[in-house]
Ligand binder design. Structure first.
Ligand SMILES: Cc1cc2nc3c(=O)[nH]c(=O)nc-3n(C[C@H](O)[C@H](O)[C@H](O)COP(=O)(O)OP(=O)(O)OC[C@H]3O[C@@H](n4cnc5c(N)ncnc54)[C@H](O)[C@@H]3O)c2cc1C
Ligand code: SF4
Length: 511
């Protein structure tokens, strides 16, 4: 505890009492500042669900702070502060005795670099604390990355798991294997019912925010009549508890599935809570491990879920900070085709895309396979503009922040980062989507056909992608089987497929 009087700025995705800027804060001396800044919500057209979720959660966290005795300066959207810096300056002018500004580092390179200039602009020390809510520090990731030839997630994950002692049997992985993905790949065959999720009907605070969001962000995507997200940590924990008990046992099995009947299947729907600070990643993983050790969850499900959090989530954050700012402008396949307007309307006859985009627009959520293998895969195969696709993902999802969205979109889905994240592109034809679920049964197109008016567009676009990048893909041992198959086909057949794909791209707006 210090005697200095501090101004602590809390960003909308830092709503945790464990966050470092609050570690030795005191209600006796410190003032907490929160700001709803239009610019931060509009530099891409963020989904109304994301804005409503964050503003509500921030208002409720500020109320908690008041009840703990803190002095709070809260700038609502109606007060029209233009930047976070302006919010800090306004507070300082009413609290001239503050002798330092403290903030937990933001999850976006642009904002962090803006903040690095604040000490000069404010003529006051501005202390940016490293975000210890993550399980791997910048220094640890850098040391690991510097020691590797290629940055494969699997090896990163093993190191973190050992260090944290999660799902370990002494120094061996629980069950003898590190990874049970091979058990986790069932397609959806309409056999199991998906239980109802716990829903949080909007209370007074939420309802007020919803009205404000409708007023200020009316042209953004999102149907707020469907808003049922948790908006404080108690609700987020209730959501997690239901997930662990009812959904987690099937998480692994249906992790890669696609279903007409369910927008969420057995996924956690916890990304928004983890990323905003309402849930703690380590606690979430420990809860999943406890459920496994109590024989309530199969090992493959618990391991698969924990890997997403201590593995993928930490790894993509590490990649982001290790490679920024250059990472954002990578474009390995020179993909520049504008995204079709139906990305903003879901108005396409391709059933898998229609369903995935529609739920993204309406609720701000799509699960990983929809993001990666439906929307991302199409974007990769069609050569859609990397910048436009990344902006679309950042705008669309309720859990989207640049540190996690960018590596996932640019690196994993679009494979635009020269293979930093993935050893081969996640490119697939319509057969993959047909195998993983039941969208194709309701589709205008046929996943078995490659050319002709009823042919699934993914098929010819897949081969066009292979054909256009044949030389560089052939050098990748993991792609050589496919490139070899393509080379063996008759020249006329290859031409007819690639010409058909070219025609498809010419009428992409009407697919
Ligand atoms: C193109 C693309 C864009 C994405 N954009 C985002 C994004 O903006 N924000 C975001 O949090 N995730 C993003 N992801 C990763 C992943 O799809 C989401 O975390 C997940 O779908 C969130 O839903 P869930 O909570 O139901 O996840 P679950 O399937 O239940 O997984 C549990 C948790 O594991 C973590 N996780 C799983 N996969 C990843 C991953 N690849 N990277 C980071 N964390 C992961 C998340 O915290 C997630 O909540 C993206 C993936 C792709 C392919
Ligand atoms: S046929 Fe093709 S476009 Fe239609 S749902 Fe299947 S994969 Fe998607």
């Amino acid at each position: 505890m210090t005697n200095t009087k501090r101004l602590i700025l809390i960003l909308a995705d830092q709503l945790s009492w464990q966050q470092p800027a609050l570690q030795d804060a005191s209600p006796n001396t410190d003032t907490l500042v929160f700001a709803e800044v239009a610019k931060e919500a509009t530099y891409v057209r963020h989904n109304k669900h994301k804005i409503a979720f964050l503003f509500t959660a921030m208002r409720k966290f500020a109320d908690q702070a008041r009840s703990k005795g803190y002095s709070v300066c809260y700038f609502s959207i109606d007060q029209q502060v233009k930047t976070l810096l302006e919010a800090v300056q306004n507070t300082l002018s009413s609290q001239p005795t503050c002798d330092a500004v403290h903030v937990c580092e933001p999850g976006e390179y642009r904002l962090k670099h803006e903040m690095l200039t604040w000490s000069d602009k404010l003529a006051l020390p501005c202390v940016i604390h490293e975000d210890r809510r993550f399980l791997c520090s910048h220094a640890e990731f850098k040391a690991w990355a510097d020691s590797q030839k290629t940055l494969r997630m699997e090896y990163f994950y093993r190191g973190i798991r050992k260090r944290l002692g999660i799902l370990m049997d002494d120094d061996k992985p629980e069950g003898g294997q590190w990874n049970y993905d091979a058990d986790n790949r069932s397609g959806w065959r309409n056999k199991d019912a998906v239980p109802e999720r716990i829903q949080f009907a909007p209370d007074k605070v939420t309802q007020t925010v919803i009205e404000t969001v409708e007023e200020h962000f009316s042209h953004h995507p999102g149907d707020l009549s469907q808003f049922r997200y948790a908006t404080d940590s108690a609700e987020a924990r209730a959501h997690l508890e239901q997930f662990i008990q009812i959904f987690l046992p099937h998480f692994g099995q249906y992790q890669d599935a696609l279903a007409e009947e369910s927008t969420t299947l057995f996924h956690g729907l916890i990304g928004l809570y983890l990323n905003a600070g309402l849930l703690d990643p380590l606690e979430v993983c420990q809860r999943a491990e406890t459920a496994y050790r109590a024989n309530n969850v199969p090992l493959a499900a618990a391991e698969g879920f924990i890997r997403q959090i201590i593995g993928w989530r930490e790894y993509v954050r590490g990649i982001y900070w290790y490679y920024m700012p250059g990472y954002a402008s990578l474009n390995s396949w020179n993909a520049n085709t504008p995204i079709p307007t139906w990305f903003w309307t879901a108005n396409t006859q391709m059933r898998c895309l229609h369903k995935s985009i529609q739920q993204s627009l309406e609720s701000g959520y799509a699960h990983h396979i929809q993001r990666l293998m439906v929307i991302g895969n199409f974007s990769l195969l069609a050569g859609l503009s990397v910048t436009e696709v990344c902006d679309w993902y950042l705008a669309m999802y309720v859990d989207a922040y640049e540190w996690v969205e960018l590596p996932n979109t640019l690196g994993m889905a679009l494979n635009a980062d020269d293979g930093i994240m993935a050893s081969k592109p996640y490119a697939a034809s319509g057969k993959y989507i047909a195998k993983q679920g039941n969208h194709c049964q309701q589709c205008f197109y046929d996943p078995k056909l490659t050319t002709g008016p009823k042919a699934c567009p993914y098929n010819s676009l897949y081969w066009r992608f292979i054909d256009r990048h044949l030389e560089s893909l052939s050098k990748n041992p993991r792609m050589s089987l496919i490139t070899g198959q393509w080379r063996k086909r008759a020249a006329e057949e290859r031409d007819s497929i690639t010409q058909w794909a070219d025609q498809i791209l010419e009428r992409i707006e009407s697919l």
